[in-house]
Design a protein around this ligand. Structure first.
Ligand SMILES: [Zn+2]
Length: 294
């Protein structure tokens, strides 16, 4: 459950979820992506699932409570720190921090069978630190899972990254795009099953932010469906996870219908900037969608 609260990184969460479901959790992960993309939040949620007494991140057991209050004795978080004698010096991850962790890791985990080490800003290791690390990666103590959080795969030596399973995080905007496309798809599916009445019920209490997200979602959805119709590879889609659904949509649309909805979205975006009521604007777009969707 803890992992499922991360909504805008479906690819990363899916990969971790599969590892948990198949019992194939790696010894070392590298969470790679830009700052602000939710790498640490996801790492903490993943650690919670790994340490949870029921194995799901239930938010109810003692282990979950300890993880959320940052007090779990088997969850180590190492962050860059300034040099001991110079608090204003550059914060770095120092070899001593790794050595101390290794000392602890040689003991049994305090509570369960697992131990998680989280290294935030792992690209800021001192030059000698990866060496200490390497020994640990070559012979990981049983039950220990290491997560390195860093911006790019080239930010740590190849000898380190090659021993990690890489989990990629998209910039938040890309994650937002996937989630608004998912919302637009849901809207379209509702239109088909419930008809216009159900659809317009969903636009109740529409504020500007939600209206913008919905219009963007319809816009990006049409773009993805156009690409899917042209046979573009899934990686080019905003919501690559739903490539199958988007291809199925492709068969139900015409190019001119998609372009007409895209034009309606463009006008709706302008209307929102010019303070037309959000609800009216969204309903215009939905009307267009209903006209053209088979
Ligand atoms: Zn739990």
């Amino acid at each position: 459950m803890a992992l499922e609260t991360i909504r805008d990184q479906p690819r990363a969460v899916g990969l971790l979820r599969r590892a948990l479901d198949t019992g194939r959790v790696a010894h070392a992960y590298a969470f790679v992506g830009p700052a602000g993309s939710g790498r640490m939040t996801t790492a903490r949620a993943f650690a919670q699932v790994l340490l949870c007494e029921t194995g799901v991140g239930c938010n109810r057991c003692r282990a979950c409570a300890l993880v959320t209050s940052a007090q779990h004795p088997d969850l180590y978080v190492i962050v860059p720190t300034p040099p001991e004698r110079n608090p204003k010096g550059a914060p770095l991850i120092r070899i001593d921090a790794i050595r101390e962790f290794e000392r602890q890791a040689s003991l049994r985990p305090a509570l369960g069978g697992r131990r998680v080490l989280l290294l935030d800003d792992a690209d800021r290791m001192t030059d000698d630190t990866p060496q200490a690390f390497l020994k640990f990666l070559e012979e990981p103590p049983p039950g220990t899972v290491l997560i390195l959080v860093l911006p790019g795969v080239r930010d740590v030596p190849a000898t380190v990254i090659s021993r990690c399973q890489i989990v990629r995080f998209q910039a938040r905007d890309a994650g937002r795009a996937a989630s608004v496309v998912a919302e637009a798809l849901a809207l379209l599916e509702a239109a088909r099953s419930e008809g216009a009445a159900g659809l317009f019920r969903r636009t109740d209490r529409m504020d500007r932010d939600r209206a913008e997200a919905l219009v963007d979602g319809c816009w990006l959805l049409c773009r993805d469906v156009l690409l899917a119709r042209a046979g573009a590879p899934a990686a080019l889609l905003h919501h690559a996870e739903r490539a199958g659904d988007l291809a199925a949509e492709g068969a139900r649309w015409t190019d001119s219908g998609l372009l007409a909805v895209i034009e309606a979205c463009r006008l709706a975006r302008e209307a929102l900037i010019n303070n037309v009521t959000p609800r009216l604007t969204v309903e215009t777009v939905i009307g267009r969608l209903l006209t053209h969707a088979a």
